[in-house]
Design a protein around this ligand. Sequence first.
Ligand SMILES: [Zn+2]
Length: 372
Amino acid sequence: MANLYIKNGLNEHSEPIEILIKNGKIERVGERLVDVVADKTIDLEKKSFVTAGWIDDHTHCYEKLDMYYDDPDEDGYKTGVTTVIDAGSTGANSIGDFYDITRNKKTNVYAMINVSKNGLLSQNELEDMSEISLPEVQDAIDRYPDFIVGIKARMSHSVVADNGINPLVEAKYIQMKLRKQLPLMVHVGSNPPELSEVMTVMDRGDILTHCFNGKQNGILDENNEIKNFVQDGYEHGIVFDIGHGTNSFTFHTAEVAKKYKLSPETLSTDISHSSRENGPVYDMSTCIEKLLVIGYKLSEVIPMITTRPAKNFHLDLKGKLEEDYDADITIFDIKKGRKELTDSNDEVRITDTLVLPRYSIINGHVYTIGGI
Ligand SMILES: [Zn+2]
């Protein structure tokens, strides 16, 4: 594999950065590299940004489902995302098939295993508690130890029916008993179960996805303040993940949270083919633009899609531009322009800052985006 020299780039703080890639790994990084011998050079002329490859830690890309599905490459390298983590589309019965059909994708694909053995084959996968089985989850993790990076439980009324908090208690039990430590991602939505009950079961390092939804069972009380138990859980170390999706991100909730200094730890799309094609998600760039328009800095957003998801899901060679890390890199432009951004409640913000991915580099392979 050829050496690749990325020259005259800017990091997320707009400081100079140059990178030399060799054999799919990062060989050297610095403000300016000297004595570089490379087969190929990409000169960004101090106009484009270079960050570690973007990681989307909540996607739905098992193509054989009917409702929430997508081609991981459509969510991935074609949009600047070098790694997608599927959030529980598959359980013990289907995760092997998911593994098989994603091996020839250009994008790095990982999965959280749904605690329900059938995953999202139906939308009420935790209605029948007998679908939750520790031995089957353990067996799947033993078979695919490098693919399965977390556990997923969806805890909203339409999913759990009359089981209340019980499926989450079971999921937590499974997590504690597994021979390998994996993060537990919990989807929250309509009640019951109450968010307060859900957060009581969750612990430091567990991931609360859909954290900025606009639902009554969300993080804000009727006075538009952060509920006390939410603040307590946040301070305790529960990871707040955006998981935008069709129904789960509102500017209002995100703005109130920002006012109270409750920042999301990670930014994810919860993308599937429908929310990609019809919105309101579209792609990771659009989600970045939404955080920028409510006042986050680029340097605050980039860790949400690089270092932090890599750390949470133990992707030890990803998320940073450092020597010997995987050569997963995203190159993008920030340009002035006008765009309407729509949240899950059809609220609109107008941005004048556009995020435009140019290249995805995955394990040293360069993919040009959008015909540039
Ligand atoms: Zn989801």
